[in-house]
Design a protein around this ligand. Structure first.
Ligand code: ATP
Ligand code: MG
Length: 163
């Protein structure tokens, strides 16, 4: 991982479906650097659906990230951002504040994500089809992440930032 590379902060996006290990990987950073989906921990994110982030939630996320990057703080986003248009909003903020945008993609196999999801208590469990769709969208996005504007794209195997 780039470790405080360059003069500016990092904007780290953790990408992967529910159960892929985003929150586990996020624990490699100081808790204060991690932007999580609202105050209530729940499955996947604010938006468990694989589609575009609802506007209000996206706005809240972008505003939070912008406030942190404007102060030169590294920002680790733990949210299932499956849509390029949503990621583009954050990339624009990173560019505005000279933050280095990094994508860390959970390389966890779909079967393991599904297993973990199925093992969760019912209120934290998503429909299997949703996990599959999140997985497919993330996988399909990977080849284009550099073109989207990420300076570094890393695939994390074993779901660990140290793996
Ligand atoms: P969600 O999108 O639903 O928040 P997530 O991507 O944040 O999911 P985690 O909650 O980090 O996923 O991980 C899901 C489960 O898998 C957890 O029970 C966690 O303990 C386990 N897990 C994650 N990473 C690893 C790992 N590297 N090795 C073993 N177990 C792991
Ligand atoms: Mg999580």
């Amino acid at each position: 991982l780039p470790d405080g590379a360059g003069p500016g902060p990092l904007l780290v996006l953790l990408l992967g479906p529910a159960g892929s290990g985003k929150s586990t990987a996020a624990a490699a950073w100081p808790e204060a650097d991690v932007v999580t989906p609202g105050a209530v921990p729940g499955p996947a994110a604010w938006w468990p659906s694989p589609g575009a982030t609802p506007l209000r939630e996206l706005h809240a996320l972008v505003t939070e990230v912008e406030g942190r990057l404007a102060r030169g703080r590294t920002c680790v986003v733990d949210a299932a951002l499956t849509e390029g248009a949503d990621r583009a909003r954050l990339l624009a903020v990173a560019e505005r504040y000279g933050a280095l945008p990094v994508a860390l993609v959970m390389g966890t196999p779909l079967g393991l994500c599904l297993e973990r999801n199925a093992a969760r208590p019912p209120h934290r469990r998503l429909p299997g089809g949703t996990v599959r769709a999140q997985y497919a969208r993330t996988r399909d996005a990977v080849p284009g992440l550099r073109a989207e504007g990420f300076a570094r794209v890393e695939i994390l195997h074993g779901g660990s930032a140290h793996g």
